[in-house]
Design a protein around this ligand. Structure first.
Ligand SMILES: [Zn+2]
Ligand SMILES: [Zn+2]
Length: 225
């Protein structure tokens, strides 16, 4: 173990996009994390194994969804490597369905949606969907709730200054949600420009409803043990 520096601070993680950000998945896949230790000393071997696991996942172009809350499962995650790869594939697959469904609804309602459901917004919704599925698997109820929370949270799509929709976001000063943090701190919210109109909402929510049905999520969730 000579030369192995214990470190649980990573500047990249500190300044990089947080898990609720649409940029997170892509960032995480390419991020060489400087944290090599985030547990008690007897967890170090597991951490070292996980670092190798992460790197091999990254090399295959797949996204690893590890996080602090999952630290106790780390050895298991390494042991069920193949299952995790399958789970990632499954979530990537249903995320493509989300992307296609949004594109299709846009193309069949071009008059209403053309300028509003932009490619950027479609990508944001799809990334939010995938991130939350990965984060909350294998609990399908939680997956469904977190996807909804994440999508309501996206500013300028379903949430606006006039009508903030952060009711499903975690509360408190440590929340990843800016709105909830500001609320807890009693500070003033930054204003944003928003152009999205309420009629877009029904199209998006119909698709989210369909693609968060428990039987669909169960297929992917079951692959993670
Ligand atoms: Zn990092
Ligand atoms: Zn929020």
């Amino acid at each position: 173990m000579l030369g192995w520096q214990l470190c649980n601070y990573c500047h990249g993680c500190e300044v990089g996009p947080k898990p609720d950000s649409p940029l997170y998945i892509e960032w995480r896949a390419n991020h060489e994390c400087q944290k090599n230790f985030a547990g008690s000393s007897n967890a170090m071997e597991a951490e070292a194994a996980v670092a190798i696991f992460r790197r091999s996942i990254n090399k295959r172009g797949l996204v690893y969804s590890g996080g602090g809350a999952k630290s106790t499962q780390k050895i298991n995650e390494v042991a069920v490597y193949d299952f995790n790869v399958e789970k990632e594939d499954c979530i990537n697959q249903i995320s493509k369905r989300m992307f296609n469904a949004l594109e299709n609804v846009k193309n069949s309602n071009i008059k209403e949606l053309n300028r509003k459901l932009t490619k950027t917004n479609i990508e944001k919704i799809t990334n939010t969907y995938a991130t939350n599925l990965k984060r909350s698997a294998p609990d399908t109820i939680q997956m469904r709730e977190d996807v909804n929370g994440g999508i309501f949270h996206i500013h300028g799509i379903l949430s606006t200054d006039a009508k903030p929709r952060h009711h499903l976001c975690p509360t408190g000063i440590h929340s990843w949600c800016y709105f909830q943090r500001v609320l807890a701190l009693g500070e003033e919210l930054r204003k944003h420009n928003t152009t999205i109109k309420a009629e877009v909402e029904k199209f998006i929510l119909q698709i989210v409803e369909r693609l968060t049905q428990p039987d669909l999520l169960q297929r992917c969730a079951a692959l993670q043990t």
